[in-house]
Ligand binder design. Structure first.
Ligand code: RB5
Length: 155
């Protein structure tokens, strides 16, 4: 039997409830969520939870991740600092599909205070199932990769 794909997932306090729900959803789809916190109720700083997920994806240790904070904005800013990370903040099924089809997003970011659980599950589903369409979109991603080479960074 093939091993379940691991999906790194983390949130701050504002996204924790949605994180718990999405973990169950990922399991129901035969995936293995790797929960990188937060797991308490107290207010925390989103970079402390976004960084470990972005690092794993950046290094290729885990192929895909999901990050959640209140709006999704903070987590997006954090994750996109890392080379090879393409984190997409999505708010509906269309942007979730395009995030994969056109941008090959390897981290999906959701605003836990913006989006309900049902829509969040649908967005995750569409992102997981959509194929990157490559072609002209690959050329654009190559240009983003060149920026990373130019500005340097953490590997
Ligand atoms: C926390 O209050 C909130 O600022 C955070 O979850 C996030 O929305 C930041 O972008």
């Amino acid at each position: 039997m093939e091993r379940a794909e691991k999906i790194a997932i983390a949130s701050d306090h504002a996204g924790r409830e949605l994180k718990e729900d999405l973990k169950e959803f990922l399991k129901s789809r035969g995936l293995e969520p790797v929960d990188m916190g937060t797991n308490g109720d107290e207010s925390v700083d989103y970079p402390d939870y976004g960084i470990p997920v972005a690092e794993k994806v950046s290094k290729g240790e885990i192929k895909r991740g999901i990050l959640i904070c209140g709006t999704g904005i903070g987590m997006s800013i954090v994750a996109n600092k890392f080379p090879r990370v393409r984190a997409a903040l999505v708010c509906d099924v269309y942007t979730a599909r395009m995030a994969k089809e056109h941008n090959d997003a390897n981290i999906l970011v959701i605003g836990g205070r913006i989006v309900g659980k049902g829509l969040a599950r649908e967005m995750v589903s569409v992102w997981l199932d959509t194929e990157f369409s490559a072609g002209r979109h690959q050329r654009r991603l190559d240009k983003i990769r060149e920026i990373e080479d130019r500005v340097g960074g953490c590997g």
